[in-house]
Write a protein that binds this ligand. Sequence first.
Ligand SMILES: Nc1ncnc2c1ncn2[C@@H]1O[C@H](COP(=O)(O)OP(=O)(O)OP(=O)(O)O)[C@@H](O)[C@H]1O
Length: 320
Amino acid sequence: MIEAKNLTKRYGDKVAVDDLSFTVVPGRVTGFLGPNGAGKSTTMRLLLGLDRPTRGDARIHGKHYRDLPAPLRTVGALLEAKAVHTGRSAYNHLLALAQTQGIPKRRVDEVIELVGLTGVARKRAGGFSLGMGQRLGIAAALLGDPQVLILDEPVNGLDPEGIVWIRTLMQRLAAEGRTVFVSSHLMNEMAVTAEHLIVIGRGRLIADCSTEEFVERSTEKRVTVRSPDAARLSEVLQAEGAKVRPGEDSQFTVVDMEAARIGELAAAEGLVLHELTPTRGSLEDAFMELTRDSVEYDAVAGPAQQPPAGQPPAQKEEAR
Ligand SMILES: Nc1ncnc2c1ncn2[C@@H]1O[C@H](COP(=O)(O)OP(=O)(O)OP(=O)(O)O)[C@@H](O)[C@H]1O
């Protein structure tokens, strides 16, 4: 279990993490989403005791990271693609790490196999591709067989096969009852990986809900309609409260009305339908819209995120 309470981090005038509170529970993959510069890496660094919060508290299993008796056995972390000592083999790199925490040698072989690096384990890690480097980083995170995993953008630089591999691995680790907290700025990737989402924008909480709920709430339901009587049908639907966006020729898009209702209204008027296709707006678009101005969407996260009455919303600049 991971808990952040009123977590705040300032760098000079810049508020990287702004009064962030959330809980990450075991048994499911929790995605930590936000655009570049939203504060994900900073939050993860605070959770791992690599930086001190300006205010608030970050705990793992009820303790501050620095108070954990055997940190590597409790929390495995993958931060940005790690620079591994170039001359060292993957095996020696992991062995050195294991020895600092009293982790047995056989666990090194186990994690190497688990991440699929057996064939190259004795090769210089400095010559590894980005994907192999990510696998090595994940092997290091898993070394202590931890109950909590904190992974910062683990799919960065991976090819499609690598992405599927890591997705499957994270889901398996969660199914084993571990707490898996994984950041990404890619909405579509998280939608298929995570069961639960914590979404931030400009350091503030925007949403903390199931992925299903987020998708349902964020994407617009649309129906593509094609009819030789497009003009007449548009009028009928609008009269019944639908929003209509004209398209090319005999096609148009309807928002805010189910396909079944459109079909019924067309039938009642004796209008011919050539197409009736329900679709959803792009998740990526919805995410961009949602995170563009976190203040505007604070209602999703609850009243605690509203600026005090009479005060303008906090304006923070993205540095990137
Ligand atoms: N050490 C630092 N000094 C000053 N500003 C910092 C520092 N670390 C982070 N920031 C700023 O804080 C904000 C949040 O950065 P952070 O790296 O946490 O975002 P992120 O969501 O992880 O972004 P990305 O997806 O690009 O990794 C950014 O505007 C960043 O420039």
